[in-house]
Design a protein around this ligand. Structure first.
Ligand SMILES: [Zn+2]
Ligand SMILES: [Zn+2]
Length: 260
């Protein structure tokens, strides 16, 4: 252990308070046992394709049925519910970068359970400006932490975010996809050509971003594109019937995105 880390552990012991409830955590972990039990693990019935929680196991849920898709398989560790949503926000906007390590440990099990083998990892890119504002790209941090655990390299310069995505609010799915498409590009096709690529991100909401990235990777020659996210917005929260309807879909997701 480096001296700096040692001193940090003495003066700021990590096991002092729980990241969720702020009570003392005796487990020595970032999250106390009580909060850990309350975490909405997505480990019951899921859609075989997008991995969202479903009332019973299905091959394709109503949300991804009949949709053209470039993501071959997606899985998420949690449902995007309380208290997990708070932790994701802390990772994204609260500067609590260490949470990437916590989540990566859970993503590791999902990787071995459902993916098994990937040639490389990519993450959702952020513009340099945004990265400076936030201090880091949470998707990149998750990718790096997972990479250490599963020993699959992160290819960081394959995807580039060329401009800020315009506000998605009030846009239809097609427009959203177009929006994202125009803001991300693949820099080096050779890096992913013929590869089984794993995309890492924090939350799958509509899945539009993952789809666009996957489409670009496939265009670049990727043989398969898989995705693991910390959480996914599920039917339980938004209602499967509503998820089916594109119009409603946009409205509820807009709300979700705005609240994020
Ligand atoms: Zn707690
Ligand atoms: Zn599905």
């Amino acid at each position: 252990m480096k001296l700096k880390e040692l001193l940090k552990n003495i003066f700021y012991p990590q096991d002092l308070t729980c990241s969720v409830c702020k009570r003392e955590s005796f487990s020595g972990d970032y999250i106390c046992d009580k909060c850990k039990r309350a975490m909405p693990l997505n480990n019951k019935s899921i859609c075989g394709h997008c991995g969202r929680a479903t009332p019973y196991a299905v091959e394709y849920c109503d949300y991804c049925k009949d949709k053209q898709t470039y993501v071959d398989l997606a899985r998420s560790v949690y449902e995007y519910e309380h208290p997990l949503n708070l932790l994701v926000k802390k990772l994204k906007y609260g500067g609590e970068k260490y949470l990437a390590e916590v989540f990566a440990r859970e993503m590791q099990s999902i990787y071995f359970k459902y993916v098994g083998h990937a040639d490389c990892i990519v993450f959702i890119p952020m513009t340099e400006k945004r990265k400076r504002e936030r201090g880091y790209n949470q998707s990149e941090e998750l990718a790096k932490e997972l990479s250490k655990l599963i020993e699959v390299p992160v290819i960081s310069d394959v995807l580039v975010k060329t401009k800020e995505t315009e506000s998605q609010v009030g846009l239809e799915r097609r427009e959203r996809l177009k929006n994202v498409r125009g803001s991300v590009s693949v820099r080096s096709k050779a890096l992913v050509n013929g590869k089984r690529v794993l995309i890492i991100d924090d939350v799958m909401t509509t899945g539009a971003t993952l789809e666009v990235i996957a489409e670009k990777l496939k265009d670049a020659g990727a043989s398969e594109v898989l995705a693991i996210t910390v959480a996914s917005v599920t039917s339980k929260k938004w209602g499967m019937e509503r998820l089916k309807k594109e119009a409603d879909n946009e409205t509820i997701f807009d709300k979700a995105l705005k609240n994020d």
